[in-house]
Structure formats: structure tokens, C-alpha cells
Design a protein around this ligand. Sequence first.
Ligand code: PLP
Length: 390
Amino acid sequence: MKNIYNVAQRNNDLGTETAFSVLAKANKLASQGKNIINLGIGQPDFQTPEHIVEAGVKALKDGHHGYTQSTGIPKLREAVSEDIKRRHDVNVSPEQILIVPGGKVIIFFSAMLMGEKGKEILYPNPGFPIYESAINYSGAKAIPYKLCEDQGFSFSADDILKKINERTSLIIINSPANPTGGVVPRKELEKLADGLQKFPNVVLMSDEIYDQFCFGDESFTTMLSFPEIRERLIILNGWSKTYAMTGWRLGYGIFPAKLYEIAEKLAVNIHSCVNASAQFAALEALKGPQDCVQEMNNTFKKRAEIMFAKLNDLEGFKCQKPSGAFYCFPNINGTNKNSTEIQNILLDELGVATVAGTSFGKFGEGYVRLSCANSLEAIEEAVSRMKTIF
Ligand code: PLP
């Protein structure tokens, strides 16, 4: 068919998140009567805790139906600042906190702030696919740094620092990581912060969305711990994973003052503000009891341990023990099939939805991502189905 539109060239560079298409395919198969176990999607399988839902409902009943400040309601920005103080003993002014509709927005904002033709942006690979997509869309060149299985899927600070040149404007890091479950040790983060002293113009965006799901030997370290880079640090975080609130669309960014001004303008231009009642629910999430977070953490840890052990029993699968987030990322090279073939066999023949490693970048070939965001019974059933082939 003749292309009648003169669509802007940059749209050809947009990528996607395959987890959503796997979900659509899995739902379609389920609607045709097939028994599907969904280990594809990256969202907690828990309901948002009741007291948080109640706060959202109350906000609607109380008449919070209008626009809010584009930066977020002041009480919520203060609560985020207090939460960071409580958990990390770091001072962040509410003036630096921007409430946005989902953590993902901060990825796009960071790419728009720092990326353009002629610039380079470093990002983890395998990593959350939106990094590469947003970088490409900005016009900058996406430069992957590889996360290696034999380093527990941590990055090497030296490797990142070696890739910096005069065109580098932004580095993206993510720990605990999607899709690998890897957690970067504090000493490596320290080395990165220290090494960045030589590159004062390079901004760092740390995606800390899984910060409360960290259950390996290494505890979580926020990049806010390193005052030497605070002036060029962007933090991505939010409520989606921590409080099982993916569908509420809530997240936040922390920006240095100069970048905040621009990010705020982007927010006004694009979404005006976040849904008011969701912000009141988010406030309750931070101010209310936190045992729901600990319970989810314990549950993911238990499931991840069981899933990883069972995956290692499969012929051709070799799985690292995840240290955080809620994913296992086994190496499937021993099956002599590639990632997409494994994804398709698992879904089409066994009814188990997973995501091919290549959905997370070229260095994801040879791996497949399985989410622990399903019940232990479902995980056990999925692996026993897989045992019939592997
Ligand atoms: N960053 C990472 C690493 C993620 O895995 C996700 C969601 O899966 C996000 C950001 C986006 O989170 P949100 O749903 O709050 O936009």
C-alpha cells in the first residue's frame, strides 16, 4: 500500500517491550481455552495493599478530581524525601522530586534531556529495552555495555569508564536489574562514582525501581550515597514494583536543579500532572505500614531460590542465583536453540509464557527471562512442564 503519511524518520528508531506482546499472545491462547502459566510479565502478582487502595478511593470521594501541580502534590514530594531519608539517610529536597506517571517516563525524559545527534549514551545490555529505544529516539547513539553472567550480571565500572569519550552525555545504570536479577556490588558503584570525577559533563541516570527487592549477599546501595556525583545524578524510582501498583501509573525522578527545570517543562508539555487520586494512594503507601513490602520481598526471594534451583535441573539450562528484582535469567545455550526458539517452544508447546533474552538487547541471546511474579504452585507446574522436553 502506498504510504500516504510523511511520518517523521525518528519513529523508525522506536523499539518496544516484548513482554507486552508475549502477554497479548498468552492472553489470546488462554481465551482459546489453553492453560497458560504466565512467567512473562514483570509486575508483582499481588493486589495493591488495601490501605493504599482505600486512600485512592477516599481521594476520589473527597473530590480530588482536578489537575494537581505538574510536579506532584507537595505532600507527596515531601513524603518521598522523608522516605529516602528514612531508608538511606540521605537528604533530598522535595524541590528536586518530580512525580510522574510511571518510572518509565524518567527514562524518556533523561534521553530527551541528554540525547541528540552527535551524542552517545551508554546503557546496560541485556537491559530494560526502553533504554535503547529512548536513546535511539533521541537521536543519540546507543552504546551498550555488556552485563556478564560470570560477573553475577553486574557491570564493570572500568568497562563503562573506558567507553566514555567527548561525545558521551549520559550513562544509564540499573541495579537490581531487569532482566538478569543481578545486583551491582557497592565497590563497583563507588569505582564508577569515583571514575566519573574525570568526566564532569557526563550525567548518570540510576534506575532504582527494584531497590526494595534485593535479597542476595549484597545489600542495595543507592547512587545518592555518593555526594561527588549528586550534581549530575538522575534517580528513577516509583511505586509500581514496591507496592504492586503498576496499573496506577506512578513514579518519580530526582533531578539536579538545572535538569529539574527542563524535566518540569517536559511534564507540563506531555502529561500536565499525575492522576490526583493515584498521588493520594502513593502518599498512603509511603506513610502507612511497610510490612507489605517486606512480605513481598520475602516471597520473591523464596520463589527465586526455588525457581533457580529447578531451572538448573533442566537439560541445557544453567541459571545464576538472582540477587534482586524478581526474575531468573537462565543461560539456554546447552539446549542448542536460540532465545526466540525457546520462548516459542515454551509458549506454543507447553503453555509457559517467558520472554526471549534478545528482547533485552543483543547480548541477551542465549538467555530467556522467567518472572517469579506468579505463585509457587504455578512456578512448579511450569518447570515440570519444561521437564517434559528438557
Ligand atoms: N525500569 C525498569 C528496570 C523496569 O523493569 C520497569 C518496568 O518493568 C520500569 C523501569 C518502568 O516502571 P513503571 O511501570 O513504573 O513505568
